[in-house]
Design a protein around this ligand. Structure first.
Ligand code: GLU
Length: 465
């Protein structure tokens, strides 16, 4: 079967193509001469599968999209506290190249406008680093994100440098305000070089997919950006990424995004997909006209708005009961009914999934409540099994809540077995309270053997057990 997804992306492309609004950015000569008939769209799933349509190999300068990634690099090199002391996180409502600073603090309003981006650039490597050191650091980091070696487009760099008065003015403003400490011309030249790095939509979709995938590269599986930085970057992209159209964007498209004056837009929907579009004509706010239209269509038709809540939390726990038939050892006590209760979780478990498990444990293993039929139904079980075989991940609060459940059940004297072949539970023996531990095994057979004795059989309502 041929996948319908590339066909759909072609359809999105052709729907936006007749829109002749906007014009190529004219303040950088090379961009003013861009071929405005070129268009492309690309999706990268968080497992690295890529779909694209249109001129997906055409290269263009990354421009302001670099700001999102260089912000992450600045956080890594200078630390979040230092970055926050120099750059705010409030949407400015101003144009991207406004000469403005936050009242009282003198900080640029956010890292997505030029003043903030030049400051972030100056924090890369160290405030005393040279232009070449910063450029090399940024090129390497962006290449790693894209999964191939990227290069600076010298023509774009020279063209922008020629008319860089406004950005130079921003640089001097930052120096005068004590926000940057290095030579302002050096910081601005470095920033312009970072903007002149060439990419195509496939590079950008992959880079966005790293953000969508909590900082882990979808192909190499390496943690490239720490998760806390990803959260910071995506938050700022959400509120400030689309220049002064941020509010419009969040309500009509609803995923964190960043655009650049060469006509590209990236979007990153956490846990789902990285998106990139390209079409050089931009509107008066600096956003690609066809790119915005394509993102709006994708969001509408593919349900990508981040406020569209899903219902996954409702079906993450499944309870089943098995009766054990004698094995080699008879480890049962007289009242246990030889029943084993299996609680199975699935997927990427967060607080709502862990809460469902907690609720099921408290209800089914606790004392019967006459007003709640079914409560206390497994209070006498001879063994309890948590199966995390189909759990992809536990976030920190899900793990913490489940650890607490385990500690309480062990304290009550329950026999507890955890099936956890991928070790998502991260039960740390050293830290466990009271020295009590559950038995952690790799599969159902080991769990059965532990509870019922080697070779015991389970008569089960659940075919997997
Ligand atoms: N290099 C461009 C500038 O500073 C980037 C602007 C943009 O893409 O929004 O003017």
């Amino acid at each position: 079967m041929k996948s319908p997804i590339p066909d759909y992306l072609h359809h999105v492309l052709e729907t936006a193509r007749p829109n002749e609004g906007g014009a190529a950015a004219d303040y950088i000569e090379t961009l003013a001469n861009a071929d405005t008939s070129k268009m492309a769209i690309c999706l990268s799933m968080v497992d690295g599968n890529v779909y694209s349509a249109g001129d997906d190999k055409i290269e263009f300068s990354i421009q302001s999209i670099s700001k999102a990634f260089v912000y992450a690099i600045a956080i890594e090199d200078a630390g979040l506290d230092q970055v926050l002391s120099k750059i705010g996180v409030e949407p400015s409502g101003d144009r991207f190249n406004q000469l403005s600073l936050e009242r009282n603090t003198n900080r640029p309003m956010n890292p997505m406008i030029n003043a903030g981006a030049i400051t972030a650039h100056s924090l890369v490597v160290s405030p005393t680093a040279t232009l070449d050191q910063r450029t090399e650091r940024i090129l390497n980091a962006l290449s790693r994100l894209a999964g191939r070696q990227l290069h600076v487009d010298e023509e774009v760099y020279q063209a922008e440098l020629k008319d860089a008065d406004r950005n130079m003015a921003i640089g001097y403003m930052l120096k005068a305000a004590g926000i940057i400490t290095c030579d302002p011309q050096e910081a601005v030249r470095g920033y312009i070089r970072q903007c002149a790095i060439n990419v195509n939509v496939q590079d950008l979709a992959m880079m966005s997919a790293v953000l969508a995938n909590a900082g882990v590269h979808p192909v190499s599986n390496e943690q490239i950006i720490p998760q806390t930085s990803v959260r910071q970057v995506l938050s700022v992209m959400t509120t400030c990424g689309m220049y002064d159209a941020a509010g419009d964007w969040v309500s009509s498209v609803g995923f964190p995004a960043k655009s650049g004056v060469a006509g590209a837009i990236i979007g990153a929907l956490p846990g789902q997909v990285g998106i990139a579009t390209f079409s050089p004509k931009i509107d008066e706010r600096g956003n690609s006209v066809r790119g915005v239209a394509m993102c709006q269509q994708l969001s509408r038709e593919m349900g990508l708005h981040m406020m569209d809540a899903s219902h996954v939390a409702r079906s993450t726990v499944q309870t089943s009961v098995s009766t054990l038939v004698e094995g080699e050892h008879k480890t049962h006590n007289g009242s246990c009914k030889r029943e084993v209760v299996v609680f199975k979780l699935r997927g990427a478990v967060r607080f709502p999934g862990a809460e469902r498990l907690t609720r099921a444990l408290a209800r089914e293993l606790g004392q019967p409540d006459p007003l709640d039929e079914g409560s206390g139904s497994h209070a006498d079980a001879c063994g309890i099994v948590f199966s995390f075989r189909d759990v992809f991940s536990l976030n920190f609060i899900a793990r913490r809540l489940i650890h607490e459940n385990i500690a309480r059940l062990l304290k009550e004297g329950k026999v507890l077995v955890i099936i956890d072949p991928s070790e998502v539970l991260e039960w740390d023996k050293a830290k466990a309270k009271d020295g009590r531990h559950p038995k952690v095994v790799d599969n159902e057979k080991e769990a059965r053997d532990y509870i019922g004795g080697t070779g015991c059989q389970a008569v089960s309502q659940d075919p997997e057990w």
